[in-house]
Design a protein around this ligand. Structure first.
Ligand code: SAM
Ligand code: SF4
Ligand code: SF4
Length: 323
């Protein structure tokens, strides 16, 4: 099987694929209430274009694809897309990152289409705080999504929570969730470079780690499947784990295995780099070799680490990249 390696000899086998910049929530740390100006459909990759690119990338060495957005479940036909991606011989895993609001109604179909792993963003287990953070989200809908994912047999089910000081920094309810369910909660350090609204409530990864250890008897734990940016801990007697994704330190750059493709067809070499390689012209009028040349260029130009970037705001919001 072919392999892709970048200039720093990191093996690149993971594609984070955004399929829309639209969303049914407005999380305060992600976008303003009025949303982000969305692009017309003609500027977005069609499913045919996405699938064509996935075939080529899989032949070249990509073996895992994560669908993200915006909110991937708001785009019609996502189940069929999962089916088509899962059917690609070299693709070993298709997963999704979702806010869970529409997951209950799609979980069984997604599972049947080949999806096994799901990350659900749920920032608080308190209904009022959840609604405050998402502007209008209903916690019971997101939790119904989690229940459905577990019921149909998705493994692992991970819960992402961006933590803001004095807003949702009571970690105890999440600790209890890992006692009651086999879910893996990851506390994410808020990244102000993407959207500044949570700036005054920043809480660092180090503070979050101290809070995890203050929860009780906690041991370091293995990652629940797959290499990734999180470090995991387990409370005595828990079914699930607690994880930490701190961005301001480390960010596992030395073992980075990923490329990102935005919904409008731009290949991004690093979460913290503004560099974009436009695939749309090649997808619409070029040859497979043209596309391959662009992938190779991304590998050549992928930065060594996040510190390669200058300070300051990133040119897209997280919802326009996919996290
Ligand atoms: N809508 C889906 C969701 O919320 O899971 C997928 C897209 S969302 C952009 C992907 C992830 O980015 C979510 O877990 C979200 O919490 C995270 N995120 C968004 N803005 C962020 C920020 N400023 N700092 C840290 N994480 C952020
Ligand atoms: Fe939407 Fe996800 Fe951003 Fe929340 S974090 S506004 S659910 S894209
Ligand atoms: Fe990879 Fe960039 Fe994230 Fe580092 S900051 S892990 S290089 S995407």
């Amino acid at each position: 099987m072919s392999e892709l390696h970048d200039t720093y000899d990191r093996k690149i086998d993971y594609l984070r694929l955004s399929i829309t910049d639209r969303c049914n929530l407005r999380c305060r740390y992600c976008m303003p209430e009025e949303g982000v100006a969305v692009k017309p459909h003609t500027d977005m990759m069609s499913y045919e274009e996405i699938i064509a690119f996935a075939h080529l990338a899989a032949k070249a060495g990509i073996s895992r694809i994560r669908l993200t957005g915006g909110e991937p479940l708001v785009r019609k036909g996502v189940v069929e897309l999962v089916s088509s991606l899962s059917a690609i011989e070299e693709i070993k895993e298709v997963s999704i990152t979702t806010n869970g609001i529409l997951l209950a109604q799609h979980a069984q179909d997604l599972f049947n289409a080949g999806l096994r792993r799901v990350n659900i963003s749920i920032d608080s287990l308190d209904p009022l705080i959840y609604t405050k953070m998402t502007r209008w989200g209903q916690l019971d809908q997101a939790l119904a999504g989690m229940d459905a994912a577990l019921a149909v047999g998705m493994v692992p089910v991970k819960i992402n929570a961006v933590v803001l000081k004095n807003v949702n920094d009571d970690l105890e309810p999440f600790a209890q969730l890992t006692m009651d369910y086999p879910v893996h909660v990851r506390f994410i350090e808020y990244m102000p470079a993407f959207y500044e609204e949570g700036h005054d409530n920043f809480i660092s990864g180090e503070e979050l780690e101290a809070k995890i250890f203050a929860l009780g008897s906690v041991d370091k734990s293995e990652s629940p499947g797959g290499a990734g940016p999180a470090r995991y801990f387990k409370l005595a007697g828990a079914q699930g784990t607690l994880g930490l994704i701190g961005s301001s330190k480390g960010h596992f750059c030395e073992s980075c295995n990923r490329l990102r493709l935005t919904a409008d067809g731009k290949l991004r070499t690093c979460l913290f780099s503004d560099q974009e390689i436009d695939l749309l012209p090649a997808l619409r009028g070029g040859s497979p070799q043209d596309l391959m040349n662009l992938i190779e260029r991304a590998l050549r130009e992928k930065p060594k680490d996040r510190f390669a970037r200058r300070e300051g705001k990133i040119n897209r919001k997280m919802s326009q990249i996919g996290g």
